[in-house]
Design a protein around this ligand. Structure first.
Ligand code: GLA
Length: 391
């Protein structure tokens, strides 16, 4: 489906649903991390990249304080009043909590909001680790700014989205997903510093293709695994702080310092901390290897990241191991690792650009052969962050 066809489809559904034509078109992309698993809430570094899969919202301002929402991806519709923003009572409408949450934090931050009718269409696979939730939050924030006539800078918008997810939806995520969706840049990865919330472009060498390998294994981030990891890292920081008070996050801990003090940490906490500390180092090494297209180095960094994620951070599941093996056998493969929070979902490969067309069917078949599950494999390119559709 090209842009025009997509726009037509949405406009048609909008008029069926709301009996009018949309006057505003906004979009926000998904993202994939090329390095830096779980480093964001440890105030470290991530190499992130937007993907050319995005969430669109066609909207029309309303004269009252009602927000009415429907989606082409999920059944039903939902509405709420800006005077009393509550989570959806119908479990099937829980996805609208991302929209409700953004409305709530924007209002609490002092922005007077106007109501709107909005119709959503997304090409980001839902709940697979490519930040469909953050894209929904960011597109909602763009729509609210347009219909209510105020402007946020993109970093502020990302922070408010994270706050909505932490406080309203109840997922203790870091800033990575919202930041990437809001500040992504066409044609480049971003090296994100999660402490000062700055980033810089890091071009991927033109001979390298980025390929998403979706295991299609179920993942559920609201479960305890994510929050447990976060707590374990915080415990590590508390213990290390007793030895070196200037340590404020795992970002401040050089490998040598960690080696010196790790025996004071509970074994599982030490494993979690070791992964984060090493992963931060890998992100910084990737910053040089990615634009240079240093294939050996890329392979080594990605592999070390996966092994650490599996053995130290323990976020791998059998489907990911099966996918990794399929990816590593694929024609033209340079490097392969996990993506997102882990526990299934998407993984990411760097592939010689000229071999991508052979890599995709090969890995699809190999993974299906190993697991009996049909994966979804496709190449992606970086696009601009959230904004108006035709800016
Ligand atoms: C999820 C979270 C992010 C980040 C990643 C892991 O995507 O939403 O904040 O922690 O997992 O890197």
């Amino acid at each position: 489906m090209n842009t025009e066809q997509r726009q037509q489809l949405i406009a048609h559904a909008f008029s069926t649903h709301f009996g009018a034509t949309p006057t505003l078109w906004c979009r926000a992309p998904g993202r994939v991390d090329l390095m830096g698993s779980h480093t964001d809430y440890n105030l470290g570094y991530v190499m992130t990249m937007t993907v050319d899969r995005d969430t669109w919202m066609a909207a029309r301002p309303r004269a009252d304080r009602l927000v009415r929402i429907a989606s082409l991806n999920l059944p039903g519709g939902s509405e709420f009043s800006l005077d009393d923003i509550q989570p959806a009572n119908n479990p099937e409408m829980r996805w609208t909590d991302y929209i409700r949450g953004v409305a709530k934090v924007l209002q609490d931050a002092g922005h007077p909001l106007a109501g709107f009718d909005g119709l959503i269409h997304s090409t980001i696979p839902l709940g697979s680790g490519l930040s469909s939730s953050a894209a929904l939050e960011m597109v909602t924030a763009i729509v609210f700014q347009q219909v209510s006539d105020f402007r946020l800078d993109a970093v502020q918008m990302a922070r408010l989205g994270q706050q909505a997810e932490n406080q309203f939806v109840g997922v203790s995520c870091g800033i990575l997903d919202q930041y990437s969706s809001a500040l992504g840049r066409a044609g480049a990865a971003l090296l994100l510093d999660c402490r000062d919330l700055t980033s810089r472009d890091v071009p991927v060498h033109p001979t390298i293709g980025v390929v998403i390998c979706d295991t299609k294994a179920e993942r559920q981030l609201v479960g305890t695994e994510y929050a447990d990891r976060r707590r374990q890292c915080e415990e590590g920081v508390r213990v290390l702080q007793q030895r070196q008070p200037e340590i404020r996050s795992l970002r401040d801990v050089p490998v040598e310092v960690f080696e010196r003090y790790k025996q004071h940490l509970p074994a599982v906490v030490a494993k979690r901390c070791q992964f984060i500390i090493e992963e931060n180092t890998r992100v910084l090494e990737l910053k040089d290897a990615l634009p240079r297209g240093d294939k050996q180095k890329l392979h080594h960094l990605f592999h070390a990241s996966y092994v650490g994620a599996r053995d130290l951070y323990e976020i791998a599941v059998p489907a990911m191991e099966a996918m990794l093996n399929a990816m590593l056998e694929g024609p033209g493969v340079i490097a392969a690792r996990q993506a997102g929070a882990g526990f299934g979902g998407c993984m990411v490969a760097l592939v010689e650009a000229q071999f991508v067309q052979h890599f995709v069917p090969y890995v699809t078949q190999a993974y299906t052969g190993k697991t009996g599950v049909q994966p979804s494999i496709y190449s992606v390119a970086a696009v601009d962050g959230a904004g108006l559709l035709n800016r």
